[in-house]
Design a protein around this ligand. Sequence first.
Ligand SMILES: NC(=O)C1=CN([C@@H]2O[C@H](COP(=O)(O)OP(=O)(O)OC[C@H]3O[C@@H](n4cnc5c(N)ncnc54)[C@H](O)[C@@H]3O)[C@@H](O)[C@H]2O)C=CC1
Ligand SMILES: O=C(O)[C@@H]1CCC=N1
Length: 281
Amino acid sequence: MTEKRLTCTFGFIGGGNIAKAICQGMVHKGLIEYSQVYASAAHRNTLEEWESLGAHVTTVNGVIVNEADIIFLSVKPHILPEAIAQMLQTYNPSKAAHKLFISVITAITLESLENILVDVEGARVIRVMPNTPLLVGEGCSVYCPGQHATENDIRLVKKIFKMSGICEMVPESLMVAAGALIGSGPAFIYIIIEALSDGGVKLGIPRQTATTFAAQTVLGAAKMVLDTNRHTGVLKEEVTSPGGTTISGIHALERGGIRAALMDALEACVKRSDEIAIKKY
Ligand SMILES: NC(=O)C1=CN([C@@H]2O[C@H](COP(=O)(O)OP(=O)(O)OC[C@H]3O[C@@H](n4cnc5c(N)ncnc54)[C@H](O)[C@@H]3O)[C@@H](O)[C@H]2O)C=CC1
Ligand SMILES: O=C(O)[C@@H]1CCC=N1
């Protein structure tokens, strides 16, 4: 446990859902303790959970960049300019110099991030797209380093995100697509689990049991894909007896357009991301 412990401090400008998932992932894996964490939010009352866990909390973004060695930018994209403006009004330039900023904000490019942080001396940036299953050690994250990021910075990002799942470098041109698949993907899967549970309830299985069965079935199928490394079509074939029940179910799914619906969902995420990204900084 001790050799993997990180001694640096971490700040989250925007202590919301993804910040909590990243931080809890690090704490649960023994990388850090909450006493090494600083979190900010728009309102003090949304920081109670952080405070109760032992993190330092503030509504002043300058405190985060003064106190933390590594700063996560985890506000909504449209909030970023005001959050950084507030940071610049309240920080101490000498305490905040030469730090690593890790942005998990969708649609904001490295160029925009570097522009927006241009007044912070020696700021280095890495863009990461994570997902909330980090919270349970099963995250999927991609990253893309900015022009000033060092090998050490990249090693740190890999250590943080690989500890709680998988983490790969991608070209920045794929960050938006990765956001649709990885960042938003869990929401689509929750809907599928909920729908399978609904189906079970319709057939008389009690709700809680149906949800557990649905979630474990999704988990098992995902593990089969990852652990056996066999093609999904082959795995599907093994479940689908000729003239059996599964093919009747597959026929109904195809009639409902499930594949096109999921592909459309990813394209819709990208379209929305492009709309958000239109504003350059
Ligand atoms: N939720 C998710 O699964 C994922 C989210 N992201 C990205 O992470 C970012 C945050 O998303 P969520 O955590 O879901 O949002 P959220 O709404 O849960 O959290 C945002 C936080 O920012 C705080 N905030 C608002 N104004 C602020 C300000 N001026 N200064 C400091 N903090 C301020 C809010 O109080 C809140 O705590 C977004 O840009 C999103 O694209 C990326 C991947 C996955
Ligand atoms: O919905 C959103 O905008 C964020 C980006 C990826 C997941 N949640």
